[in-house]
Design a protein around this ligand. Structure first.
Ligand code: NAD
Length: 351
């Protein structure tokens, strides 16, 4: 595996490989760009099959954070970390503290948070070793899990793509197909249900499906069937790369918007959605709610108040702006969003 060409391709600033034999920690911290501020991004813990898979994931996710902050007007840079291991069996306080010590060596250049495989209680353990961590659980004095704020932002993105495809931004009476009912997906399902939507949902974890059916009246389909559901919006909220060569021809919806990071397998899949007449709410724009809240947390401000939610609500206008720009230029919304984010960073660099 050759690292520098990978870093050079998208101008990554720094990669830190972390090893601790005592706790079994093997992790990679990636800093993509700190032009706008210190790099903030979650710690993802997954049993990656290879080191290469872990490296590719952390690089892609770190870059996504740069773009997310830039397009959202947040003064933070982009970073991310991955821990190689199974969160259910390999995660323990010693491993988390070791991770915290590595984060601390970066002296605030990287600020950690929760992601898949980690939670706000883990962040409290990490805070024992470093103060450069967000999303610490409320009982330990932190702001806690940002997922509900993220889900609210995704619901704003969904309203925007509905507006673009139907002329009305009302979720009431619309059919939303939700893939993944984890922290973001379930909160999103609840927002949509409370707004009067009809829901079809899927997950690979059976208990959340039963809960969604009983509490939200959701129809449940198998993990692979969700792509074939005729609906108003398909909302990916689980793993990345679900919009790909296999799934695009199956989609029976006029719009896609969800919380999942890197939902497009490749940039060209954004072009293919556009060619197929499907309006795409770019992932790093519609899922920026948690990051917007994290900025408040990092700056020591309240995180669940009206100010935060009104900032997150801007995702609606921004998504409509990106859709309008993409239409005007004849490009995909994903490329329009990239361009807007890159413009802000270039302006900050004085280019
Ligand atoms: P989570 O781990 O709580 O939930 C993910 C859910 O997806 C789980 O219920 C899991 O069982 C399910 N899942 C996994 N593979 C699946 C598959 N093949 N088909 C259907 N379901 C599957 O994670 P989360 O915090 O809800 O995050 C979801 C996505 O949103 C991730 O891509 C994450 O990076 C992104 N995101 C999260 C936040 C946040 O605030 N939590 C912010 C921005 C982006």
């Amino acid at each position: 595996m050759t690292v520098f060409p990978l870093m050079g391709e998208h101008d990554y600033e720094k990669l830190v490989f972390c090893n601790d034999n005592d706790s079994g920690l093997r992790a990679i911290i990636a800093i993509h760009d700190t032009t706008l501020g210190p790099a903030l991004g979650g710690i993802r813990m997954l049993p990656y099959a290879t080191e290469e898979e872990a490296l590719n994931d952390v690089l892609r996710l770190a870059r996504g954070m740069t773009y997310k902050a830039a397009i959202s007007g947040v003064d933070l840079g982009g970073g991310k970390s991955v821990v190689i291991g199974d969160a259910r069996t390999d995660k323990n306080p010693a491993l988390l503290r070791a991770m915290g010590r590595f984060i601390d060596t970066m002296a605030g250049e990287y600020i950690a948070g929760q992601d898949i495989g980690t939670n706000s209680h883990d962040m409290a353990v990490i805070r024992g070793a470093t103060r450069h961590v967000s999303c610490v659980n409320e009982s330990a004095g932190g702001a806690g899990d940002p997922s509900r704020t993220t889900a609210y932002g995704v619901s704003c993105g969904i309203r925007a793509v509905l507006k673009a495809t139907n002329g009305s931004d009302s979720i009431g009476g619309r059919h939303i197909a939700i893939q993944g009912l984890g922290n973001v997906g379930f909160a999103l399902a609840r927002f949509c249900h409370e707004a009067g939507a009809r829901l079809t949902v899927t997950d690979i974890y059976e208990p959340v499906l039963a809960k969604a059916a009983s509490e939200l009246g959701a129809e449940v389909v198998g993990p692979d069937e969700i792509y074939d559901v005729e609906c108003d919006v398909f909302s990916p909220n689980s793993i990345g790369a679900v919009i790909n060569d296999d799934t695009i021809p199956r989609l029976r919806c006029p719009a896609v918007a969800g919380g999942a990071n890197n939902a497009l397998a490749e940039d060209r899949h954004g072009d293919e959605l556009k060619a197929g007449g499907i309006v795409y709410g770019p992932d790093f724009l519609v899922n920026a709610g948690g990051l917007i809240r994290s900025q408040e947390e990092v700056n020591g401000r309240a995180t669940e108040d009206f100010t935060v939610y009104s900032k997150v609500a801007n995702i609606y206008d921004q998504t409509l702006q990106v859709i309008a720009m993409a239409d005007e230029l004849g490009i995909s919304t994903a490329r329009a969003a990239d361009w807007m984010a890159e413009e802000r960073i270039a302006a900050a660099k004085g280019r």
